[in-house]
Design a protein around this ligand. Structure first.
Ligand SMILES: [Zn+2]
Length: 421
């Protein structure tokens, strides 16, 4: 069956087909470089060839669907990349990543030989951090950003390095040879623009009865680990006025941080995700407490500013309570602003098609974020998620919501590919 015959049936068949690899009940577990991942990648490559496309893997196991006339490598012309990721979280769903993978495959097939920019579908090897504790391995390797040392430094929960995992899938034809030298993943394509169709993973589109979300921003974040040190003393014999209670200080900081984000208003959010008191007994005042704080915001500069504000709040509480405070920023990501011309093109197409849509920010990261930070004009388009469920077996998007989203993504890719790089 070709996509021209019945695109909805082809979409359904591809999503169902992909969900077989790693199926667990109604959900899917497809961790990067696992057997299920490998088989899914090979199946997709086969399907691409059946649609008249070439299917090429790079050294990281990213897969590209492209016009056979386009030869990947250093001399390849700039392309429009359309796609998403192949991996899922443990006990994930059938649509996160898969939906964009299928859109990339069908867009590459529909647009073969069309436009100033050749459209290539792509499937990143890893996006979820599902197996390796390293963010966006797929998109970063595809863009040539990964250095050789990371291949040995990054290990999964069983101690298997990224390099060893790649060696194993390479013998099965699911990755190409690593390049010698400091940059093991030379890019096969130079992306001029990038599009990603994705499920929303939240309840907004469904609640508002909308067909599409055009993502203008992805929130950035800062994570802070706070260590409070007071004095562990007998909980019965120490009067209230003589206490230096680390857990009570942590509690006050958690509430102050929450109040701060409320006062800033949406889209600012701040969370105290954990508090671990020591020694953690009924009859001992907590002598120490570790507190995990996270702030998020979509505007440039705001996550860093919020982190500084939160630090000041925490220091004020600690000082007043006579508790020592250490604070470390453990990770962060600046907000992403997607390309205004792509947002405008998507808005005008949605209006022309009479599709009900809104622009929105995403609280979750996506492959497109890595492209945008690398200076590649990029855009994410959301279709609704039933009940806002995601990263769980209950993940579901109705076929009548997916089909117009897919058709929209392909038509948007057609328009975007018409403009030269
Ligand atoms: Zn995803």
């Amino acid at each position: 069956m070709s996509p021209q015959d019945d695109p909805t049936a082809v979409l359904h068949e591809l999503l169902e087909g992909l969900a077989r690899f790693g199926r667990e009940g109604t959900g899917v577990t497809r961790l990067a470089y696992s057997d299920a991942w490998c088989e899914a990648q090979r199946w997709l490559a086969e399907r691409a060839r059946g649609l008249g496309l070439a299917a090429t893997t790079d050294a990281a196991g990213n897969l590209f669907f492209h016009d056979p006339a386009v030869v990947p490598g250093a001399g390849a012309p700039p392309v429009l990349l359309v796609g998403s990721h192949l991996d899922t979280v443990v006990s994930g769903g059938r649509y996160d990543g898969a939906c964009g993978v299928v859109a990339g495959l069908l867009a590459a097939a529909a647009l073969r030989g069309h436009g100033a920019l050749s459209a290539a579908g792509f499937v990143t090897c890893e996006e979820e951090g599902s197996r390796f504790p390293s963010p966006f391995m797929g998109a970063r390797s595809l863009l040539g950003q990964v250095e050789a040392g990371e291949l040995d430094a990054v290990r999964d929960g069983n101690g298997v390095s990224w390099r060893a995992a790649l060696d194993a899938v390479r013998t099965r034809g699911c990755a190409a040879l690593l390049a010698p030298g400091p940059r093991p993943f030379p890019p096969l394509f130079r992306p001029a623009r990038m599009l990603e169709l994705h499920i929303e993973q939240g309840p907004v589109l469904e609640a508002e009865g909308l067909a599409l979300g055009i993502v203008t921003h992805i929130a950035g974040f800062r994570r802070l680990r706070v260590r409070l040190t007071g004095e562990a003393r007998h909980a019965g014999a120490t009067p209230m006025r003589l206490r230096r209670d680390a857990l009570a200080a942590a509690a006050e900081i958690a509430l102050a941080v929450e109040a701060h984000a409320r006062a800033l208003g949406e889209p600012a959010v701040a969370t105290a995700g954990f508090a671990r008191a020591e020694p953690g007994l009924y009859n001992v005042i907590a002598g120490a407490c570790e507190l995990g704080l996270e702030v998020r915001h979509v505007e440039p500069g705001r996550p860093a500013a919020m982190a500084a504000e939160v630090e000041q709040l925490a220091r004020g509480v600690a000082e007043r309570r006579g508790v020592a405070l250490e604070i470390v920023e453990v990770s962060g990501q600046d907000p992403t602003t997607f390309a205004a011309p792509l947002v405008a093109a998507a808005e005008s197409l949605a209006k022309e098609r009479g599709l009900r849509f809104r622009t929105m920010a995403s609280g979750a990261g996506h492959d497109a974020m890595v492209f945008a930070h690398a200076g590649v004009p990029a855009l994410v388009v959301f279709v609704p998620s039933r009940g806002g469920i995601s990263h769980a077996p209950g993940e579901y998007t109705l076929p009548e919501q997916l089909a117009p989203g897919l058709a929209f993504a392909i038509e948007l890719a057609r328009r975007v590919s018409e403009e030269p790089a």
